[in-house]
Design a protein around this ligand. Structure first.
Ligand SMILES: Cc1cc2nc3c(=O)[nH]c(=O)nc-3n(C[C@H](O)[C@H](O)[C@H](O)COP(=O)(O)OP(=O)(O)OC[C@H]3O[C@@H](n4cnc5c(N)ncnc54)[C@H](O)[C@@H]3O)c2cc1C
Length: 568
């Protein structure tokens, strides 16, 4: 029977990373959860057993239901009736299958009917669902908004909203407005308070995925007279209370199954989540970090499907008397797709483990005082997650686009026809580098980790790990790439102009991305050469050439030439 988990050894490899022992122990509060819930795991082995079982169930649903439905979902899309959305009929089928299998609220605590799994299996589930249908992950995957309620909501809010999420109600994240996209400080949707204390929302939100979801987190201006991020608060809007209608569903290039909505709020009752004024500064930052990881998982899933579609087609299509996979030009495209896929996935799970570690410790800190060691660990993983999240979102989404492009290319003219899945994959991939912050905005977030040395310190940690006879030569090349990066950074810094740093920021961030992913893949290839050595070799060839090209660009660049790039 087809199964998107059991047919993917890379997922199984990442699930069994050595740090999982610590992650699961934290998540299960050293297995004391089993004293309160008789179905909670008794030890690490027991927990990993249930992680495997859950992933197998999701893998089966993805292969048997979600993937076969993807073409119909893409063709039908959602409908708008009387200001509300109905999904494509196959989207409803997908959702029903996952809800019936108990796969909502995967990471939520057990007392709210969640599964209390760590972020790693949840991200793997998103990776598989995206491989099956990248549009559907946007509906199912918005369950991670509930994490924000779990983290910042009151106990009463958690008791009212989290069990509903676990029972299959869907969520939405309402941030963007016509004049507030990348710059969320400009959000103007108004929140005012009635004399009885009820908050009311008035205004318009644009481009909201699953905008007609049952429960929404809405960023709104609660402080009259303010114009920046400090006047914004986070609200929970419950669709059952009315006051919001969908004005239109966008007609999009891709991810057709995911309703992207324009919403009109008219005196819609809502409740404050957390404290006033911290909406953007604290809660949206946390919400978006989770969502960015979700888009990285979506990107990896898309790359996985691009790889499999390209490989299958290249094996079966014959030209000039042989299968096209035998032509070096085609084989190279497929090897490149695979290398970018494996590089994306190793970065995604490295980042997810860091999120798992600090989020679990943060949750424990809400229950008791952390020991100094625990606090130190939490801070260091928090820093790591902050640095790796924009890198993961930026790099994996760009790779998903490149991989989808090459997948179409491998298919030749057939790739341009709707008969093959690659055409849909290509359209679906395009959004990944735009929403949840464009690639340019990921660079804005990542550049400070270049200048403060977070990435370089991480690279140095990876360089100290053990490599074997086969991977040591890769490591030596990575050392050389690191030296080129350091040289380039010095050259840029020497100009002592923030605009000059901004101009080269993407190049510098990408260099770090290639080196970090190169090291991670070299590490994977040391542990499991049969799965990763080829990709590590291919990736290093690409990454090394990119780092050399960026170095050359930076070294040869005349700072005066910056004028030539300015457009008025
Ligand atoms: C299909 C879809 C689904 C979406 N779902 C949601 C959702 O569920 N919830 C939600 O709140 N929003 C959602 N969005 C909105 C999405 O997050 C924004 O579209 C995105 O953040 C970009 O904002 P913008 O479209 O206004 O583009 P702009 O901000 O106008 O950007 C235009 C261009 O300018 C560049 N740019 C802007 N600022 C800078 C800068 N400082 N430095 C360098 N370059 C810059 C951008 O990179 C981009 O190339 C969705 C969008 C789409 C298309």
């Amino acid at each position: 029977m087809a199964n998107f988990y059991t047919d993917n050894k890379a997922l199984q490899y990442h699930l069994h990373h050595p740090l999982m022992r610590e992650i699961v122990a934290l998540r299960e509060r050293n297995y004391t959860e089993s004293e309160k819930f008789d179905y909670a795991p008794l030890n690490f082995e027991d927990a990993m057993d249930s992680y495997e079982r859950v992933l197998e169930v999701i893998g089966e649903i993805c292969a048997d239901i979600v993937a076969p439905n993807a073409k119909d979902v893409d063709a039908e899309g959602p409908h708008l009736n009387d200001g509300h959305v109905t999904y494509a009929s196959a989207t409803n089928q997908n959702m029903k299958a996952l809800v019936q299998a108990g796969l909502m609220g995967i990471t939520l605590p057990r007392q709210y009917n969640g599964l209390n799994l760590s972020q790693i299996p949840y991200t793997m589930a998103a990776d598989m669902v995206s491989r099956a249908d990248a549009s559907f992950v946007n509906v199912w995957g918005l369950q991670d908004c509930a994490e924000t309620i779990n983290e910042f909501g009151s106990e009463d809010q958690k008791q009212r909203y989290l069990p509903r999420t676990c029972a299959g109600e869907t969520l939405a994240m309402d941030l963007t407005e016509p004049d507030a996209g990348s710059d969320l400080q400009s959000v103007m949707l108004k929140a005012t308070q009635d004399p009885d204390g009820t908050w009311r929302l008035n205004g318009v939100k644009r481009f909201i995925t699953n905008g007609d979801g049952d429960i929404a987190l809405v960023l709104a201006r609660s402080e009259e007279g303010t114009r920046d991020g400090r006047g914004l608060s986070m609200f929970i809007f419950d669709k059952r209370n009315g006051g919001m209608t969908v004005r239109r569903i966008e007609d999009k290039m891709g991810i057709h199954g995911s309703p992207t909505c324009e919403l009109v709020f008219k005196n819609a009752p809502a409740e404050l989540c957390g404290e006033r004024r911290l909406g953007l500064i604290k809660y949206v930052m946390s919400l978006m970090n989770g969502a960015r990881l979700g888009i990285a998982a979506q990107s990896v899933g898309i790359s996985e499907s691009a790889y499999r579609e390209a490989l299958e087609y290249a094996r079966s299509r014959e030209q000039f008397g042989k299968a096209i996979i035998n032509f070096p030009a085609v084989a190279e495209m497929i090897a490149n797709i695979k290398a970018k896929l494996d590089a994306s996935r190793t970065l995604l799970y490295e980042c997810t483990r860091a999120v798992d570690m600090y989020k679990s410790l943060e949750a424990i800190a809400r229950e008791r005082t952390l020991t100094p060691d625990e606090r130190k660990t939490m801070k260091s993983y928090n820093r790591l997650a902050d640095a790796l999240t924009p890198l993961a979102k930026g790099m994996t989404s760009e790779f998903a686009n490149q991989n989808a492009y090459d997948c179409v290319q491998v298919h030749g003219g057939s790739g341009f026809m709707r008969d093959y899945a690659c055409e849909r994959i290509y359209r679906d991939a395009r959004i990944t580098s735009i929403y949840e912050g464009t690639t340019q905005l990921q660079v804005v977030a990542a550049i400070r980790h270049v200048t403060t040395g977070t990435y370089l310190n991480l690279i140095k940690t990876y360089a100290q790990r053990e490599y074997n006879d086969t991977t040591a030569p890769l490591k030596a090349r990575l050392d050389d790439m690191t030296a080129l990066f350091e040289q380039s950074l010095e050259t840029v810094k020497a100009v002592e102009d923030p605009d000059y740093l901004t101009f080269h920021a993407r190049r510098l961030v990408e260099m770090c991305g290639h080196i970090i992913m190169g090291y991670l893949l070299a590490g994977d290839a040391t542990v499991c050469p049969e799965l990763f050595l080829n990709s590590a070799r291919v990736y290093l060839n690409m990454g090394e050439a990119q780092v050399a090209a960026h170095t050359r660009f930076i070294q040869a660049f005349n700072p005066d030439d910056i004028q030539a790039y300015k457009q008025e």
